[in-house]
Design a binder for this molecule. Structure first.
Ligand SMILES: NC(=O)c1ccc[n+]([C@@H]2O[C@H](COP(=O)([O-])OP(=O)(O)OC[C@H]3O[C@@H](n4cnc5c(N)ncnc54)[C@H](O)[C@@H]3O)[C@@H](O)[C@H]2O)c1
Ligand SMILES: [Zn+2]
Length: 681
């Protein structure tokens, strides 16, 4: 390839990666590879400026705007950041700063580089009026409704000297715990897993249904303040005041007076960042004084007064000793790599996920190979490659089992799915155990006193085969049972024994589970693809198990959020005679198979993410109607005045103490008319 072709090829390729990344929230390559290719293109363009294409990604912010949202022009452009992975290049940046400031002294503010989605938020008269994505830097998508679902983002800012109009910028992200929760739930119902927290956050912010967005608890850290005229002298001052006004500023930033201090900050956070509740991919270094920022200025794509130092994904190399195969609740078989223990990002890694057999093939990994293990945003490290230079005759191909490792049933693979499955749903021990664990979890029947090995013990002794058997347990059957567990890895033993107190706890919890609402029972049944949310939708629609059982495929697909796959799965589940017996046994045991709640019909989303309390009487609504109206529009009714309350709706003859408390806590008070206007806004 000649340089012109090379430039064209790189331009097309990087534009494609950008498109996938910003438009479809998916990464075709890892960030390090992307950044290296961009650098390569940049170097070629410097050498052969005549071949640089007008659509080159080197001069432009990578994002795009979409048709699904209204387009908003930014008051101030939203730029990217220059980045580097090396200390030497960072030192060069420092030298450029020195020169640019003609020898004047300066300070840096170092912050973590949060790995999410850049957001611009506008406040008018203290009220959050607009949330916009970075887009192409000049204009972005208006995602105000979605941004309002972020609980830590104040809908109203209170404080002294708040300018009538200002903009704050920050990073919207999906906390790691939330990312893991969503993936556990997806795994539970057989949905494909979200790849990483950044892409998950990006995809979530772009959803049309802000009710669905609210269910994923997005969060946001703010790191920049803009107003005209400027009201601060330094970035530090802006961070302190934002914090004081209740805007969520991460406490991890530090002022650094020298390059050495910057390096110390970078080194300190290389491993500490894994303790943070969100994914980070580097450090952002910014000149503190605004006048010096102005003096240094901007390129077309990024400020000259700031730079990102990005951490290479932390990697270690170690030996793959064996592969274990875990069988999940749905029968899906997941290969797990057992490694020679190795230190990575401050923790000892002994295991890594291999996802599925495609992944083993893609990596070309063999037993006894030396492999690279990386820790990214996710908790479980992953194998990213094989060190072929260390491969010896000892390397042997991984024999993917054709039989279930637990029950020896031949595994099957459904078309279009990456996983192999054990089809022996009713007899495969790990599937059985996982079904029990699903049944007893808090969001289902809430019998968690059966956790930690106790269920295993009951299955082991043949006391329970189906969750319905739980309701026939007695003190006599349980008292005195004991089992010694030996950890294969550590050799340590653990005794699980059922004495009087734990037997009492178990039986009480089982008894109490009979009052769990129908939607919990429905979720507990473990019908594939019927997660918590779908169980609630089905409950709202059918109201009881008999109506659901009688429902045809056509009826089911007409239920909100129920698609083809779920409907098929529900029909198939009820057609199974064992499941019918199961339900009858649960009915006899006294479980709730009918709902007692009156479904609130959804009317709109104008109140999503907002919280309300009311006081007094109203012209258009009874109190109950008012509550229903709030919920029907996606809002939430709180039980008292707290920091979490956004609006107090004040009717006639309001309670003086509520009004007084709301005034003291600066809660926004609105009348019935304003509330009506909000409903339809
Ligand atoms: N893997 C892929 O396919 C692919 C494709 C496109 C881009 N990317 C990655 O994205 C990068 C380009 O994205 P970019 O233009 O958003 O640049 P960037 O993410 O490297 O840096 C700019 C962004 O950093 C964020 N940020 C986080 N913490 C911050 C803080 N404390 N202060 C200021 N900003 C902070 C802001 O959102 C800002 O817009 C590339 O370098 C690459 O690593 C990857
Ligand atoms: Zn099996």
């Amino acid at each position: 390839m000649n340089p012109q072709e090379q430039i064209a090829e790189l331009t097309d390729r990087l534009n494609f990666y950008n498109y996938q990344y910003y438009q479809n929230s998916s990464s075709e390559v890892d960030d390090f590879t992307f950044d290296k290719l961009l650098e390569e293109l940049s170097a070629l363009e410097r050498q052969y400026p005549e071949w640089a294409r007008p659509d080159s990604p080197t001069h432009r912010v990578g994002g795009t705007i979409s048709k699904e949202f209204a387009t908003v022009y930014h008051r101030f452009p939203m730029l990217s950041l220059g980045n580097t992975y090396s200390e030497a290049e960072l030192a060069e940046f420092d030298v450029r700063v020195q020169k640019g400031l003609n020898g004047a002294s300066y300070e840096y503010i170092c912050e973590l580089k949060f790995d999410g989605v850049a957001l611009s938020l506008t406040y008018e008269n203290g009220i959050l009026t607009r949330g916009v994505t970075r887009g192409d830097g000049v204009r972005g998508d208006d995602i105000t409704a979605n941004v309002r679902t972020i609980r830590t983002l104040p809908l109203k800012v209170n404080g002294s000297n708040v300018p009538p109009l200002f903009e704050v910028r920050g990073e919207g992200f999906l906390p790691l715990a939330e990312f893991e929760r969503i993936n556990r739930e997806r795994e539970d119902i057989g949905e494909p897993l979200l790849a990483n927290p950044r892409n998950a956050a990006s995809g979530t912010f772009k959803q049309q249904d802000s009710g669905a967005v609210a269910k994923r608890r997005l969060d946001c850290y703010l790191y920049s303040f803009l107003s005209e005229p400027e009201i601060f002298q330094t970035h530090e001052e802006s961070l302190l005041v934002m914090k004081k006004w209740g805007l969520n500023v991460s406490p991890t930033w530090r002022k650094c007076g020298s390059f050495q201090e910057v390096m110390a900050f970078i080194n300190e956070w290389e491993t500490r960042r894994f303790e943070l509740p969100l994914a980070t991919d580097g450090i952002v270094i910014k000149i503190n004084r605004y006048d010096q920022q102005r003096e240094l200025g901007y390129t077309a794509k990024s400020p000259r007064w700031a730079i990102a130092f990005k951490y290479k994904a932390l990697a270690a190399s170690t030996v793959l000793n064996s592969v274990s195969y875990q069988v999940g609740r749905t029968g899906a078989v997941t290969p797990v790599a057992n490694l020679t223990p190795v230190l990575l990002a401050g923790t000892v890694v002994k295991r890594a996920s291999l996802h599925n057999s495609n992944e083993i093939q893609r990596l070309g990994v063999m037993l006894n190979d030396t492999v690279f293990v990386e820790k990214g945003g996710e908790i479980i490290p992953k194998i990213t490659g094989v060190d072929l230079s260390k491969r010896t005759d000892a390397s042997k191909p991984i024999d993917y089992p054709s039989l279930c490792p637990a029950c020896q049933t031949p595994l099957i693979r459904k078309e279009g799915e990456a996983h192999f499955y054990c089809p022996n749903e009713k007899g495969c021990p790990p599937q059985l155990q996982a079904r029990f664990e699903h049944f007893i979890q808090r969001r289902a029947m809430n019998i968690e006193s059966l956790g930690e090995g106790k269920i295993e013990l009951l299955i082991d002794r043949g006391l329970v085969h189906s969750p319905a058997d739980l309701y026939e347990l007695t003190v006599e059957k349980l008292l005195g049972l004991e089992k010694v567990y030996k950890d294969v890895e550590t050799g340590k033993t653990r005794v699980v024994s059922l004495r009087e107190k734990s037997v009492e706890n178990i039986l009480t919890a089982i008894d109490r589970s009979k009052t769990q609402p129908f939607s919990n029972v429905l979720f507990a049944l473990g019908i594939r693809y019927v997660g918590n949310t779908i169980a609630e939708k089905l409950t709202d629609y059918f109201g009881n198990i008999d109506a659901l059982r009688a429902a045809s495929y056509e009826t089911l697909v007409s239920v909100p959020e129920v698609g083809d796959r779920i409907a098929q799965s529900v029909v198939a589940w009820f057609a199974d005679s064992d499941n019918q017996v199961f339900i009858e046994r649960l009915r006899l045991a006294g479980l709730q198979l009918v709902t007692d709640r009156v479904a609130v019909e959804k009317k709109g989303e104008t109140l999503v993410g907002k919280t309300f309390l009311y006081t007094g009487t109203f012209v258009n609504f009874s109190r109950e109607e008012l509550e229903n109206e709030i919920e029907a529009h996606g809002g939430k009714v709180l039980s008292g005045i707290s920091k979490k309350l956004n609006y107090l709706i004040v009717g006639e003859n309001p309670g003086p103490s509520k009004v007084e408390k709301a005034t003291k806590m600066a809660v926004t008070m609105i009348g019935e008319d304003e509330f009506l206007a909000m409903l339809s806004s």
